[in-house]
Design a protein around this ligand. Structure first.
Ligand code: KIV
Length: 284
């Protein structure tokens, strides 16, 4: 008999916060990785616009398009049975008009995401969150370091580094909460600030580079597996070194083909003896 799987929902996030149960989240961009992550019991999978760097080879996330996000969201959601799939709204897909925001968010939901994430808390973004949630689209906020605003932030800087800045982040987080987000990603914020913010919100915070006291944690899958070819931030814990495994395996394959060691009998299909005899006698 097939096991009945209870999918994680936005509601489950609230419950986990109330029960002091940490929420786990990882990014994924393809079907098989998403399947493995899901089978490990990770609560949520983020189709992050970090795919601009990890998959598409850009320097930042700002080149990622809605079409890119739709493609990868479809792939990920096909592999997932339990985890809550959240897709990032890419740069300029929600900063222009309410109408375009709902249309673009709808594309990601139709691609299989159960919720979308967007960065910032300007008055316009608050209005959009309100609008999206009323339209039946669940929203995750993203504060602290917000990679889509890299050009206005000016670099990869830790955010909320003073009392005033922490209070400003809390104020922004509360506004996100009031307008309907069910969770907030806090990126690159000092641990004490993230703790203070988390304790003063009713929605769960998901930290990345924000210390141990957030209600959950998210990391980029390529970083934890040691696959990403670029710089790995200080806040990443690396659990494997896929880069070395890939290079060693590919070098072995290269050598095997060049030397004739691959393919062997084990990897080849054979004709029946009768058919082979016909070939052998051809032209004799
Ligand atoms: O794009 C992404 O992967 C993200 C996470 C790093 C939070 O937004």
């Amino acid at each position: 008999m097939n096991e009945i799987i209870k999918p994680v929902t936005a509601e489950s996030f609230q419950k986990m916060k109330r029960n002091n149960e940490k929420i786990t989240m990882l990014t994924a961009y393809d079907c098989s990785t998403a399947k493995y992550i899901d089978e490990c019991g990770i609560d949520s999978i983020l189709v992050g616009d970090s795919l601009g760097m990890t998959i598409l080879g850009y320097d930042t996330t700002i080149n990622v398009t809605v079409e890119d996000m739709v493609t990868f969201t479809k792939a990920v959601s096909r592999g997932v049975k339990r985890a809550l799939v959240i897709a990032d709204m890419p740069f300029l897909s929600y900063q222009t008009s309410l109408e375009e925001t709902v249309i673009n968010a709808g594309k990601l939901i139709r691609a299989g995401a159960k919720a979308i994430k967007l960065e910032g808390a300007s008055d316009f973004i608050l209005k959009e969150i309100n609008h999206l949630t009323k339209a039946g689209i669940s929203v995750v906020g993203h504060l602290g370091f917000t990679p889509q605003y890299i050009n206005t932030i000016g670099g990869y800087f830790i955010q909320g580094k003073s009392y005033e800045k922490t209070m400003a982040l809390l104020d922004a987080a509360k506004k996100l909460e009031e307008n309907g987000v069910f969770s907030i990603v806090l990126e690159m914020v000092p641990e004490e600030s993230a703790k203070f913010i988390s304790e003063n919100l009713s929605v769960p915070t998901i930290g990345i580079g924000a210390g141990a006291y957030c209600d959950g944690q998210v990391l980029v899958i390529d970083d934890i597996l040691g696959k990403y070819a670029g710089n790995i931030p200080k806040f990443v814990k690396q659990y494997a070194n896929l880069k070395d495994i890939i290079k060693e395996s590919v070098s072995n394959y290269n050598n095997d083909v060049k030397s004739g060691n691959f393919p062997s009998e084990q990897h080849s299909f054979k004709l029946t003896e009768e058919e082979r005899n016909k070939l052998d006698s051809y032209g004799i």
